[in-house]
Design a protein around this ligand. Structure first.
Ligand code: GLN
Length: 477
């Protein structure tokens, strides 16, 4: 049975037909019972969640209105700080770090009546596509539709638990290069990634600061869009957060037919036939609903997107991780030797393999002598790739493409891929992220019985187009 939508849930709560405390107990029990097998959570905050539920129930009894997330349980990616709850971005180097503050997005969830139930599993600092690069000592999150398969990463637990739960729930996720769309596609849920700057990054542990975007996942597009609107908007604490009106979910959509561009470069070689079929089926259904389609070409994004993104992302990651050295946050070791050897020992002992690879490669591409050939070239490529998108938006409101090129792989299959093969899986998700564009993955059924994701990308600040098309494309059971 599909759980109540966020709006139905809030209406029932306000009408006094639904006890927030009972619902919170039920979802916490489910999360604890299923975590042994699926590992979607790295921390379940039973005491904190129940305390929030009691406060909300008491406020309700006094006749207060609680907001659009009245009593809704929200799971939060581990990289987003939650006050009083250990937050580690999936890394052992942050073992024991308990933030004394809430990220702005988390504070906004609480202000709208949402309840934080726990922190979800992820690839260490977001470094991955399958959820398999979890930090030292962390378990591997599993796909709830088939536990021999991956959830997708890096927001693996967000996608996994959103698909698994029988209760009303939404998840606060984050994407640098595809980390919301990948798990949404693999787990069969809706994932929304906003324009860069739409949601404050205050309290988000950085992967790559010019790329990181907090977004939302839900069983339906409406649920994810509602959460995204709650957390969006200017934050004086975060200099890249934009001061623009936020009404992409609540405003009435325009009556003009949507113009969609089918991205021809994201079909054919490298895309699984079942996925191509599912996307084409969805396109014909959308055409019947009045969406006008044309063909669009993004050859430069296809050819250079992944390479330019990884150079940029690793360069930024290597500087962002420099602060984790056993002095200020999280894990440490007994002080001995020179500072440099102490820092190296702490990092050697606590960073996982992929994090080390990225620190080394990221440092290399920024080094004098190599910077012009790699890092600066990637920056120039970024402008070229953004311009290619800009041209495509001349004739289309939304671009349509597969979200992921393959169905959710089995854990052993994904583990056998080389790093370059893994990075190549981001073919269709990296371009929108690299250019800072709002995008979605909407679940599609496939003949293989496993879900695929329909990728939708719009120009900056046009979340409303993405959401409108996503709702038309959604296959409701
Ligand atoms: N797979 C990409 C990477 O590893 C994107 C992950 C993300 O968005 N955090 O960088």
């Amino acid at each position: 049975m599909t759980p109540l939508s966020l709006s139905e849930f809030a209406a029932r709560v306000h009408a006094g037909d639904l006890s927030i405390v009972e619902h919170t107990h039920a979802i916490l029990d489910e999360a604890e019972e299923t975590n042994e097998q699926f590992h979607h959570f790295v921390k379940i905050d039973r005491a904190g969640a129940l305390a929030q539920a009691e406060v909300l129930d008491a406020r309700l009894k006094k006749g207060e209105s609680l907001g659009v997330l009245a009593g809704v349980p929200v799971s939060v990616k581990d990289a987003i700080c939650v006050r009083g709850v250990e937050s580690r971005a999936g890394s052992a180097i942050l073992n024991g770090y308990v933030p004394p503050f809430d990220a702005t997005s988390v504070a906004r969830i609480r202000a709208a009546g949402g309840i934080v139930i726990g922190k979800t599993s992820q690839d260490e600092f977001g470094f991955g596509t399958f959820g398999l690069n979890t930090g030292i000592g962390f378990e591997t999150p599993k796909n709830p539709l088939d536990d021999s398969r991956v959830c997708g990463g890096s927001s693996a637990g967000c996608g996994g638990f959103t698909a698994l739960t029988k209760h009303t729930h939404v998840s606060l996720a984050e994407s640098t290069g595809g980390s919301i769309s990948a798990p949404a596609a693999f787990c069969g849920v809706a994932g929304l990634t906003p324009t860069y700057g739409r949601v404050s990054r205050y309290g988000l542990m950085d992967y790559a600061s010019s790329l990181d975007k907090i977004g939302a996942m839900g069983k339906t597009v409406d649920d994810a869009a509602c959460l995204l609107e709650v957390v969006s908007g200017h934050d004086p604490r975060e200099s890249t957060s934009a001061d623009r009106p936020v009404d992409f979910f609540t405003s009435t959509p325009s009556a003009k037919p949507l113009r969609a561009g089918l991205v021809m470069d994201f079909f054919g070689a490298g895309i699984a036939p079942e996925i191509e079929k599912a996307v084409r089926r969805s396109v014909s259904r959308l055409e019947k609903k009045g969406v006008e389609f044309s063909e669009v070409h993004l050859p430069k994004n296809r050819r250079f997107g992944v390479a330019a993104y990884y150079v940029t992302a690793m360069a930024e990651a290597s500087t962002n991780l420099a602060k984790f050295a056993g002095m200020r946050y999280g894990a440490t070791l007994p002080l001995s030797g020179s500072y440099n050897s102490f820092f190296s020992r702490v990092r050697e002992a606590h960073f996982g393999f992929e994090a080390k690879r990225r620190v080394l490669l990221g440092t290399f591409v920024r080094m004098a002598g190599y910077r012009d050939a790699f890092y600066l070239k990637a920056l120039k490529a970024r402008t070229v790739l953004q311009n290619e998108f800009r041209q495509a938006f001349g004739g289309s409101d939304v671009l349509v493409h597969p979200a992921m090129p393959v169905l959710p792989p089995r854990v052993d299959e994904a583990k056998n891929l080389s790093p370059v093969e893994e990075y190549a899986m981001d073919l269709c998700t990296v371009p929108a992220n690299f250019s800072g564009l709002p995008h979605a993955s909407v679940p599609l059924r496939t003949t293989a019985g496993l879900p695929a994701g329909l990728g939708l990308t719009a120009d900056v600040w046009n979340e409303r187009h993405v959401i409108r098309l996503a709702k038309l494309a959604e296959e409701r059971s």
